[in-house]
Write a protein that binds this ligand. Structure first.
Ligand SMILES: *Cc1c(COP(=O)(O)O)cnc(C)c1O
Length: 220
């Protein structure tokens, strides 16, 4: 299978209102261009250095999403061009994004990363920490950080019921944050969940944005 046919098949199988982030980490710019030539414009990367290098040489109408752990001292490098940061999980990171957004005279869109999976290695606020982050209200001071929704990952397991219930947990948290803090903000609408192994379930449970790498580009 080629990247072109993989992406075509995926886009044809996903409801048109669900955004597809093509996760291109560890894949070459040539491989990215194969997906680009099929019309794909949203790409996700998880390492700052790799993303910066790719951004320099690839077409300017690509919408880059940052999907991994983000060190504060590296925010500066992506702040001029990043479209969406999926991985905000601390006040300190948010404040740094605010600072660099101001320095670049732009607003940076972000998602709150939520930890619902079993693995400790996965990052993010627990749902309770997220609610505390919201009620503390420091985020309201960061007027150049625009929260558009939440992001999460399910446990890597064959237990389909567990994966589904974690996606439901993310959806319920989204609904609560939306109704408590963003009821009048139509931009707060994204639930970024679902990867190669579990995106059909994620879509059934309300995902608006799936992050798919392996299914498009093959094994890393
Ligand atoms: C790598 C990665 C993905 C894509 O994973 P695949 O299983 O290759 O689809 C999605 N989300 C995050 C946060 C990732 O790090």
């Amino acid at each position: 299978m080629s990247i072109k046919s993989n992406i075509k098949k995926l886009l044809n199988s996903v409801p048109s209102e669900v955004k597809v982030v093509a996760v291109s980490k560890f894949h070459s710019t040539d491989e990215i261009m194969e997906a680009y030539d099929e019309g794909q414009r949203i790409f996700g990367e998880s390492r700052v250095q790799e993303l910066v290098q790719k951004n320099e040489v690839l077409p300017k109408d690509i919408e880059w999403h940052f999907i991994g752990g983000l060190q504060r001292n590296k925010v500066k490098q992506i702040a001029p061009f990043i479209s969406l940061i999926h991985s905000v999980d601390s006040v300190r990171l948010m404040r740094e994004i605010e600072k660099q957004a101001v320095a670049n005279n732009r607003t940076i869109s972000c998602l709150l990363q939520i930890h619902v999976a079993e693995e400790d290695t996965k990052a993010g606020f627990t749902p309770d920490e997220c609610l505390k982050f919201m009620s503390d209200g420091i985020w309201k001071e960061c007027t150049h950080v625009k929260f558009k929704g939440i992001m999460g990952m399910a446990t890597f397991t064959d237990d389909a019921n567990k994966v589904r219930s974690e996606f439901q947990e993310l959806r319920q948290l989204f609904d609560k944050v939306k109704s408590d803090y963003f009821a009048n903000d139509s931009n707060f609408k994204e639930i970024s969940m679902g990867m190669t192994g579990d995106y059909p379930t994620a879509i059934e449970e309300g995902s608006t944005m799936i992050r798919v790498g392996t299914l498009i580009f093959g094994e890393r």
